[in-house]
Design a protein. Structure first.
Length: 364
């Protein structure tokens, strides 16, 4: 069978290894596995969310409300904007797929930093588009402008805070890039980790309303990180109504489950769980920074719920990640991104204790 020729240039996305894999391959009990690979909320499920799931389990046979009225209303209230400005996806990466299908073709291109979220490239290549990258993993204005003038991409991706590096770009710098491009280029501002950046430094805080005046900008958000709903798969895009209307043409019916809609609405009601999650993170990430300084290697200052450790030639990220995996500690090896580095989700105090012990032993 012949498949679409564009598939020849696409690599399958490699998600963080699941706990079940470690249990199967290394015989480690599930309760002894520490997963710090996928940037999940270490606190677990919000008790209020768990209650909603239990109380609505008996309606799982029903299709969801495809208008998503309640969730749009909740997000509209949260961000002070209209329901016509919102599209819901099965995670914000589904909205990226909508964007790629709506905008790109084989004659178009996209622009992003040297190291950023892998799905930008994958979705673009599915449409046959060409990928251009800046020289740095940071969002540097001069590098973006040079590449923009040279290639005139149809989409520019600004992932802030950036995944998988953890650095962030200030609101001022993001707006500078947006205002320098014309309306033929769509700018996607991916704020999946924005709650963490906003809590750390207000100058890195970007809200959808900061961008809604621009007709060629989409803001992406998610319930997966700070809200702890990674398994429910709910994200959203926010933009001017005309742009949202076009993206809706890409959306399949019932793309969000009944339970996912209900828990996302519940998550919008109270920010206490998010605040507790961020407080734990801010407390524990200091330990990772101090540990790196004590061990003598570098890290990227993080505005997310993870930290990226950078190694020189005396250390090998693949060997370290594999050795930790065999001990039941799952982290993300960034070798596939061309970096001799690992990304570690900031866990609970107990989880982080386990990481520090095993990392010290495997690198001794």
């Amino acid at each position: 069978m012949k498949f679409n020729k564009v598939l020849q240039g696409i690599s399958t996305y490699e998600a963080g290894k699941p706990i079940e894999l470690v249990v199967r391959e290394y015989g480690i009990a599930p309760e002894d596995v520490v997963k710090l690979a996928s940037n999940e909320n270490p606190i677990g499920t919000n008790p209020a969310i768990a209650k909603v799931i239990r109380s609505n389990a008996d309606i799982a046979h029903l299709y969801p409300d495809d208008s998503m009225f309640e969730l749009k209303e909740a997000l509209g209230s949260k961000f002070n904007l209209g329901e016509e400005n919102i599209i819901i996806g099965a995670g914000s990466d589904q909205v990226i797929e909508f964007i790629s299908r709506a905008v790109l073709d084989e004659e178009s291109s996209v622009l992003m930093t040297a190291v950023t979220f892998a799905m930008y490239e994958i979705y673009a290549k599915q449409m046959g588009a060409t990928i251009y990258r800046t020289a740095s993993y940071e969002h540097k204005y001069d590098e973006f402008m040079e590449a923009y003038r040279m290639h005139r991409p149809k989409i520019i991706y600004l992932c802030t805070p950036n995944n998988p590096t953890g650095d962030a770009t200030s609101k001022e710098e993001v707006l500078q890039i947006i205002e320098a491009v014309d309306n033929d280029t769509l700018v996607v501002v991916d704020g999946a980790y924005m709650e963490y950046a906003a809590a750390k430094d207000a100058k890195y805080a970007i809200t959808p309303n900061d961008l809604l005046a621009y007709e060629n900008v989409v803001y992406l958000g998610t319930f997966s990180k700070a809200h702890g709903l990674g398994g429910m798969r709910v994200g959203y895009g926010i933009a001017q109504a005309g742009l949202i209307n076009e993206l809706y043409k890409m959306r399949p019916p019932f793309n969000i489950t009944t339970l996912s809609l209900l828990v996302a609405v519940e998550a919008c009601k109270d920010n206490t769980f998010v605040e507790a999650s961020i407080a734990l993170h801010q407390e524990q990430i200091k330990r990772y920074e101090n540990f790196a300084n004590e061990q003598g290697f570098k890290y990227i200052e993080s505005y997310t719920n993870f930290i990226t450790y950078l190694f020189d030639e005396t250390m090998d990220s693949t060997k370290i990640a594999d050795a930790l995996l065999k001990r039941g500690v799952i982290i993300r090896n960034l070798a596939s991104y061309g970096m001799n580095a690992i990304r570690i989700t900031i866990g609970t105090e107990k989880q982080n204790d386990v990481f520090f012990i095993h990392f010290t032993e495997v690198t001794a």
